[in-house]
Design a protein around this ligand. Sequence first.
Ligand code: AGP
Length: 608
Amino acid sequence: MCGIVGYIGSRQAAPIILDGLARLEYRGYDSAGMAIFDGEHIRMKKAVGRLKVLENLTHGGETMKGCMGIGHTRWATHGAPSDINSHPHLNTSETIAVVHNGIIENYIPLKKKLTDKGYTFASETDTEVLAHLLDYYYKGNPLEAITKVLHRVEGSYALGILFAEHPDEIYAVRKDSPLIVGSSDDGCFIASDVPAILKYTRTVYYVDNQEVVKLGKDSLQFFSVDQEEITKEPVTIDWDANAAEKAGYEHFMLKEIYEQPKAINDTISPRLQGDNVVIDELHMTDGELAAVKRLYIVACGSAYHVGVTGKYVIETLARIPVEVDVASEFRYRDPIMDENSMVIVISQSGETADTLAALRESRSRGAKVLGIVNVVGSSIAREADACLYTWAGPEIAVATTKAYSAQLAALYMLAIKLALANETIDSARAAGLIKDLRTLPDQIELLLGQKEKIQRFANRYVGAKDIFFIGRGIDYAISLEGSLKLKEISYVHSEAYAAGELKHGTISLIEDGTLVVAVSTQPKLYQKTISNIVEVKARGAFVMAVTNEENKAMEKASDYCVYLPETDPCFANSLAIIPLQLFGYYVAVGKGCDVDKPRNLAKSVTVE
Ligand code: AGP
């Protein structure tokens, strides 16, 4: 996600801002910029690319004189990475500058209203709306203008704002996206995260939702969205810089496991309007969606596992045949497709060579290609006919978790939209699905509360040699991902098997004490999976079950049970994967593995 740094005080602002942004690089970004007040005007420099580009452009900040400024590293959501889409964004008269982390969900209607009032926009971003809206409401009082804007915008935001007519103040605002402010003998700071300012101060204030902070050279004032002054207690940071980058988590992977509720919420909220799914990025009418007679889902690794789940969900809801392929196989099997075929390619990085090649192969055969991608402006995002972005933010750990969950959510929305276009579900069913979809983030929060319980169980399997994951239907897709998560970070051999298939050979590997993880979230298959559990237990297996709270029979059938809250069977994957991610994580931690950077692996496999 984006990084924000601001400074006002007795020292030159630009070098402090550059230093702070460098300490936020771990957050992932594709461009950077700064706005500094030079005593008369707001001067701005911004550029796509690494922070080094901005440093070279400003000679390490030397060419941007001034003691008050804001800076930003952008993780693109709306508008591809480019100089013009980089932050800060200015109003037309260049008297207001704003940097933003988050998503303005209603930026399109606001942009239209401002355009109708004569405002012109330079960028494709949602953020630029804020600069012009501040201009619209500013009548000399920054706090008044800011609070009026806050009453108009929807979504998530952490903001740093400069007003040229108020050179002794900087403003910070927060809703949902993280933001802190700090004070030192040399001045006051804004930052997205602690590492950016730890070099200058360990006295920080965590800005809460809908709070506005007015920073002076040696003062901090906090206001509510109704302009009432409030008091806040400072926090003294005792972390070291490295720990702070992970926000106190031991690994990025655990941090990203815990970011899944937000990743899902950020991905679905802008696209769920009442009881409707609105995916403008598809650029397809319901008629065009209904004309799709065959779907292919093509991806690699965990993204492929999302596709396996997607097959079950789309076929169940939309009754369209779905073929799922690993990209490296798809491109060489001479796939049969025509103009009524649609190919969905799924990729966190948007740069996976096999998936990109499958995209090109599909387009060469006349199929329409939809990308489900996390990195804005990546190759797959750019070459697909349409792109449905997941807004999980940058994923640092090699083992994907939050992007995987956001991809699932994107596919659920697509499945609902296809089903409505094909009239295979009615509006009441759609409303029920959307209600369950909206509930997933809170339910995941609940499951994350079982962390210690899972950790204790995982510690028992640190020495395991083989662990099997079994499931039927969607539960098989979940097993595939649970097995991959475990083996890629803990190096414990693991296999996922369709539960009914185990007895056709592989069951010979089951011996006394072998751990079998049985996933059972589909009510119509509960009993079938219990039969498979009986089979493996008869051969000495120890069975961990992941199942719904209603499935009481599982308590007796298995040796250890993790229960899931109730959701639509189509969405069970999003819940069942949480204990499996935690299990794999804690086995790896118990073995002392390099969880964030497992051996032999890369975050993005850009070679065939
Ligand atoms: C998942 O934990 C792995 N890191 C890997 O399987 C990954 O999902 C696969 O390489 C696809 O990457 P992509 O989503 O960036 O295309």
